[in-house]
Write a protein of this length. Structure first.
Length: 147
């Protein structure tokens, strides 16, 4: 495996969004291009890609709010799953968060996505029994698509 991890650059955007779509990470109510823009405005060094021979084969986006870090958009190309790319990306995100002084990291997994839960179990993440609540402040999509 000759995968190299590096910080996202704007030329990666189309390939990154295509990978997110392939991995089933996008939703009609979230514009992935807007998510990238928002990320670049606050933590540009926390959007990481895995590249092999010029091809984007993985991504991860992390964030830090001063209390905890978050992991989003972890994806690896379907034909490259099982090679450790996801683990490499999570570890790189953790390194970058630690460098910022981040004491803990967490993420959200949709209910029933046992494959993803099992991945995080294997790399030392702990499941929490918590409820989530939220409120959309900026609508990226038509109202009928917003959930």
């Amino acid at each position: 495996m000759t995968v190299q991890l590096r910080t996202f650059v704007r030329a990666d955007e189309s390939a990154v969004v295509a990978l997110w779509e392939e991995a089933g990470l996008t939703r009609p109510w979230n514009d992935p291009h807007a998510d990238i823009e928002r990320m670049l405005a606050v933590w540009p060094d926390l959007l990481v890609v895995a590249e092999d021979a010029g091809r984007i084969v993985g991504t991860v986006m992390a964030g830090y709010d001063g209390h905890r870090g978050w992991i989003y958009y972890l994806a690896s190309a379907a034909d490259r799953r099982g090679e450790g790319i996801g683990r490499m990306l999570v570890e790189e995100s953790e390194r970058r968060l630690i460098a910022l002084g981040c004491p803990k990291v967490q993420l959200m997994v949709r209910p029933g996505n046992e494959i993803v839960f099992a991945f995080y179990d294997r790399i030392g993440y702990e499941r929490f029994d918590i409820g989530m609540t939220g409120k959309r402040l900026i609508v990226d999509a038509p109202a009928e698509a917003v959930v």
